[in-house]
Design a protein around this ligand. Sequence first.
Ligand code: PNS
Length: 160
Amino acid sequence: MATALYPGSFDPITFGHVDVIARAAGLFERLVVGVLVNPRKLPMLELAERQAVIREVLDDELGELAARVQVDAFDGLTVDFARRLGAAFIVRGLRAVSDFESELQMAHTNRKLAPEVDTLFLMTSLEHAYLSSSLVKEIAAFGGDVSAMVPAAAVRRLGR
Ligand code: PNS
């Protein structure tokens, strides 16, 4: 199990994402956190900022495992990026049953597009299962405190 890709918007990274990254980094020799460049969505944090926050958080929180994790931006299809990386697995976190339907559809679609790339689901730890980047953005936009939801590096950027 050499390389896996953990794709997402990470706008911003939450403690739920960090949990999934830490656990996936223990399973693979190389984990690539793929930050999606989505021209159809206006992100709260610029791409470079999202990448910088993720790198900072991983170096702070993952200890030795951080060396196995690479943070890259990508556009286009996730499976094409996985192929370019030589990744045999796409990692996704599942928080609740409500995530299941769309994740199932995505996993089947990706497998149809690239049968050699499989999706591996990790259940997000219970204490982070309520978190979502969109709620964090909404709370931050109204000046609420998101420090229990996202790492300090992200709080600093959202607070401006
Ligand atoms: O953090 P998100 O927004 O839940 O991540 C969604 C993501 C980036 C994994 C998904 O939107 C995606 O893979 N986008 C890239 C385009 C693509 O491959 N679409 C087909 C997926 S079936």
